[in-house]
Ligand binder design. Structure first.
Ligand SMILES: [Zn+2]
Length: 211
């Protein structure tokens, strides 16, 4: 968990490297932001730069209206949906956006994530899909804002995914798990069969893990 501004910044840098190394985004294709708990200001990745090579000095601090407070570069063009999420979710201190190929591809194909693993059954029971809006627009941010309550993940139709968390590791992990389950779903579908965990088993699992 980040307790200082420096830690917040290093988490953002780490998230971009982690998502890139996992093949969940191209060098210019994703973005991330984070804040200290209850802060009205966030650190966000800059627009246009090659994200896995970012350093702390490249990050931009903005308020929740998008005004630049610190930094020389332009904030990510997707700052609208980042700030929209922080405005609505006081429990969220980290937001990541990636172009996860399998998660996004399944949504493009209209395939729903089914309870095929423990994590899929518990975490991904309902991943809302945000209808297509042009990247970087207020319209996209509004659609995101309407669906972000009560979830850790969103799929942006024909675009990518958003993961949120109390801290950065949660947001990144959510995006990783969604992609893993999407790959499994894709493989099972290709093989022509998809065996789900029965609903009664899911109930037992929920009790067992107290979810
Ligand atoms: Zn994007």
């Amino acid at each position: 968990m980040a307790f200082t501004e420096e830690e917040v910044k290093s988490e953002v840098i780490w998230a971009m490297k982690a998502l890139y190394n996992k093949g969940l985004m191209t060098g210019v294709g994703g973005n991330a932001s984070a804040r200290l708990p209850n802060s009205e200001e966030i650190w966000i990745t800059p627009s246009g730069l090659y994200k896995p090579r970012l350093t702390e000095e490249d990050l931009v601090k903005i308020d929740l209206e998008g005004n630049v407070i610190e930094g020389v570069l332009k904030p990510s063009m997707e700052w609208h949906f980042h700030t929209e999420i922080y405005k609505r979710r006081s429990d969220v201190n980290a937001v990541v956006h990636a172009h996860s190929p399998y998660s996004t591809g399944l949504a493009i194909a209209g395939v729903e994530i089914r309870p095929i693993t423990l994590e899929a059954a518990l975490m991904l029971a309902k991943v809302p899909v945000v209808p297509f809006k042009y990247p970087g627009t207020k319209e996209l941010a509004e659609e995101v804002g309407e669906r972000i309550m009560g979830t850790r993940l969103l799929i942006l139709q024909n675009h990518g995914v958003i993961g949120v968390g109390y801290e950065m590791i949660e947001a990144v992990t959510a995006v990783e798990i969604l992609e893993e389950v999407s790959m499994m779903t894709f493989i099972a579908k290709m093989m022509g069969r998809l065996i789900e965990i029965p609903p009664e088993e899911i109930e037992v699992i929920k009790k067992l893990y107290r979810i």
